[in-house]
Design a protein around this ligand. Structure first.
Ligand code: NDP
Length: 432
């Protein structure tokens, strides 16, 4: 705490992981001797920089840019960029820390990192977004490389932003180094299924949880928070597997439609028009609630897919009361520690983000594979790979939890399995 004052979210994420590790350090004292825990909590490198840009009225604006290169024991740093006014070092470090273990769980050769800016893209013109991205990359490029650090998208950074960032990287370096960024467009080095991967992957993970309970999505009512990249494609896969998504949200409120939400309309609203979720309810048989809690909507499965700490104690209480059976995190750390205690006491099965939302980064690694081999795969093949990876992650979490005497505790399973993979590599690489 003293080394990282004020970084509340980072403390929360680190505490949650370290809490799970007692049985590991008892079993593997060599990790303690080599100070692996102290080392893993300290980023290898943290970069903070000024991002000056000119808005449409000619005024010079200044934002702050971040990249935290947390751990490269398993491969180049890999993790997204977030553009949101709430971004500061504590958020970037929490996300980077989570990313280390998430990436390890995919079994792919990628280290952990994260970055972003306190820039608010909402309401900005295309030209402003482009100038901001170009200025951001004009500093960041010197820290990147396909063997060094490979960013992707996150909140506020989608295909459009990745395009502007990649364009500036290419211009400055005079290299078409496709493997330096993931989430690229399909015609310029992107991978099929990357857009869908995080949401689809979360639902594949839940599908495995349901199979273990000898059931499936058929007839299940699902509430998904958010209506961005992760939420939209989680909802799409739920519908494909026979479930009904009855609620979605954005930071302005939530919509409920008992018969099932029309996802094509949501995509048009959010991906094309960049509108507000309230507009969905204007022409349809749906209810918009401006100042409520989406978790009050009775459901069988809840998928928080918006942002950190969005599911609190009272939301968790409502889920328990209404008979929800599974909560799976599409977002990073959306569940507060207090809420998790309520869910556990209420007997709700819980899938942590670092396992359940790892499909996005796994498909980014598949994008890097295709870039390295100058290849492009079909949608079906890329989805099959994603599905296999998510089944693998589920299996690893379930087996590890069992091995350590906590069957069904996917939080412990994910933390322990991810940690051991990184810690073993750090031991092998010596004190660096
Ligand atoms: P987007 O920017 O595409 O969407 C974020 C969504 O969450 C928007 O609908 C946004 O609404 C909503 N939201 C943000 N803050 C709040 C809030 N306080 N209350 C309600 N809704 C809110 O981001 P992504 O979908 O990419 O990311 C969502 C989460 O998933 C993040 O935690 C991210 O770190 C995580 N994640 C993303 C991955 C990816 O591949 N994209 C990979 C793994 C994890 P509004 O527009 O009103 O702000």
């Amino acid at each position: 705490l003293r080394r990282n004052p004020g970084e509340v979210e980072f403390h929360q994420a680190a505490h949650e992981v370290l809490e799970s590790l007692r049985p590991v350090v008892d079993k593997r004292p060599e990790f303690v001797d080599a100070s692996i825990i102290e080392r893993i909590c300290e980023p290898e490198r943290q970069i903070i920089f000024r991002v000056p840009w000119v808005d449409d009225s000619g005024k010079v604006r200044i934002n702050r840019g971040f990249r935290v290169e947390f751990n490269s024991a398993l491969g180049p740093y890999k993790g997204g960029l977030r553009f949101h006014p709430s971004v500061y070092l504590g958020i970037v470090k929490f996300l980077g820390f989570e990313q280390i273990f998430k990436n390890a769980l995919t079994s792919m050769p990628i280290g952990g990192g994260k970055g972003g800016s306190d820039f608010d893209p909402k309401g900005r013109s295309d030209g402003e977004i482009m100038r901001f991205c170009q200025s951001f990359m004009t500093e960041l490029y010197r820290h990147l490389g396909e063997y060094t650090d490979v960013p992707a998208g996150d909140i506020g950074v989608g295909g459009r932003e990745i395009g502007y960032l990649f364009g500036q990287y290419k211009r400055i370096t005079n290299r078409y180094e496709a493997g330096v960024l993931t989430g690229k467009g399909l015609s310029w080095g992107g991978s099929q299924v990357r857009t869908e991967a995080t949401g689809y992957g979360t639902v594949f993970f839940v599908h495995e949880m349901l199979r273990a309970r000898k059931t499936d999505f058929d007839g299940k009512k699902v509430v998904v928070s958010g209506s961005g990249n992760v939420a939209i494609y989680a909802a799409e896969k739920v519908a494909q597997l026979g479930g009904t998504v009855i609620a979605l949200s954005d930071s302005g409120g939530y919509i409920v439609q008992e018969g099932g939400i029309d996802l094509d309309a949501v995509k048009e609203l959010k991906e094309v028009r960049r509108g507000r979720i309230s507009e969905y309810a204007e022409k349809r048989d749906a209810r918009f609630v401006a100042d409520g809690c989406i978790w009050d909507v009775p459901c069988d499965i809840a998928l928080p897919c918006a942002t950190q700490n969005e599911l609190d104690e009272s939301g968790a209480g409502a889920l328990v009361k209404n008979g929800c059976i599974i909560v799976a995190e599409g977002a990073n750390m959306p569940t507060t520690p207090e809420a998790l205690r309520v869910l556990r006491r209420g007997g709700i099965e819980f899938a942590p983000g670092k396992a359940a939302n790892a499909g996005g980064v796994a498909t980014s690694a598949l994008e890097m594979q295709q870039n390295a081999s100058r290849d492009t795969w079909t949608f079906e093949y890329a989805e099959e790979r994603l599905h296999d990876i998510m089944q693998g992650i589920y299996g690893t979490c379930a087996m590890t939890a069992e091995e350590y005497g906590m069957p069904g505790d996917y939080v412990a399973g994910a933390n322990i399995a991810g940690f051991i993979r990184v810690a073993d590599a750090m031991l092998a690489l010596g004190v660096i």
